[in-house]
Design a protein around this ligand. Structure first.
Ligand SMILES: Nc1ncnc2c1ncn2[C@@H]1O[C@H](COP(=O)(O)O)[C@@H](OP(=O)(O)O)[C@H]1O
Ligand SMILES: [Mg+2]
Length: 255
């Protein structure tokens, strides 16, 4: 499959969803709660609908797994060699708390590896994309597009961590890294900060699902980084268990 030929269309779909999400973000939106008590707004659902429609236009035959359309049995999913993995809004809490640090995420998974990813941060007016083996790019708030790469580790080490999920285990791991400063970034932007060389390492000891990480993982892979479990395996997708194990994201210097 020629990823380069579909990438502009995938970016267009993400931009269209982002525009709608931003419109709702700037309105007086209502917050509901799902069965697991996680927040959801009209923006999650509108973004889901736009992305589902857009991706079906790009590729009628590639199945789609979305956080807002995840009710697909393992019996069906286990046959997928290639699939789209989307999180219509990652960081719904940041959305409802109006920090601006939420993202729209679209990944293409092939044989368990995120080979293409697009991440947009509508309120920050930033977008990131990448294709494995070909490189990663950022479009900044002025609309300028430039290539991004992970950096060599700085001293003190720049750590990105979840402000919503900073537990004792994560704190202990961070303390073990020696001299460091901690940067905060919402949702999948943590991977993107490493991909653009603004941060060095993101340890995640706490739950995430495949759709939270797939797209930004693809950007980081394309930018010269990686995401691995504490057993040293690459974080894999299309697992029966959609919840991810704990992981570390960093530039390749770490692994
Ligand atoms: N108990 C849990 N189970 C599954 N995922 C969880 C979780 N607690 C948090 N997350 C995931 O962590 C994401 C937020 O991460 P962070 O704190 O790094 O911004 C959430 O994304 P959503 O906002 O898309 O639901 C959610 O998917
Ligand atoms: Mg999410």
């Amino acid at each position: 499959m020629h990823y380069n030929s579909i990438l502009p269309d995938v970016i267009k779909v993400a931009d269209e969803a982002s525009e709608k999400v931003l419109h709702i973000y700037q309105s007086d939106f209502k917050v509901n709660y799902k069965e697991d008590d996680s927040p959801i707004t009209a923006a999650d659902l509108a973004s889901h609908d736009i992305i589902m429609r857009g991706l079906r236009n790009i590729s009628r035959d590639i199945p789609i797994l979305s956080e807002e359309g995840a009710d697909i049995s393992w019996e069906e999913r286990k046959h997928w060699r290639r699939f789209w993995l989307i999180d219509p809004i990652d960081g719904t809490k940041d959305f409802t708390q109006r920090t601006g640090e939420f993202t729209v995420n679209i990944a293409l998974i092939e044989d368990g590896v995120p080979v293409l990813g697009v991440v947009t941060a509508p309120a920050l007016k930033e977008a990131f994309w990448g294709i494995k083996g070909e490189g990663a790019f950022k479009r900044d708030r002025t609309g300028h597009v430039h290539r991004i790469r992970t950096s060599e580790p700085r001293d003190p080490l720049r750590i990105v961590a979840s402000k919503n999920h900073l537990n004792d285990e994560t704190r202990a791991f961070i303390d073990g890294l020696g001299a460091h400063e901690t940067l905060q970034a919402g949702s999948s932007l943590k991977f993107c900060r490493i991909a653009e060389g603004h941060a060095d390492i993101y340890p995640r000891m706490g739950p995430t699902s495949e759709w939270d990480t797939g797209a930004a993982h693809a950007v980081l892979l394309a930018a010269g980084g990686n995401v691995k479990t504490f057993e040293g395996d690459a974080l894999a997708y299309g697992k029966e268990q959609i919840l991810n194990p704990n992981f570390i994201a960093a530039g390749n210097w770490y692994f």
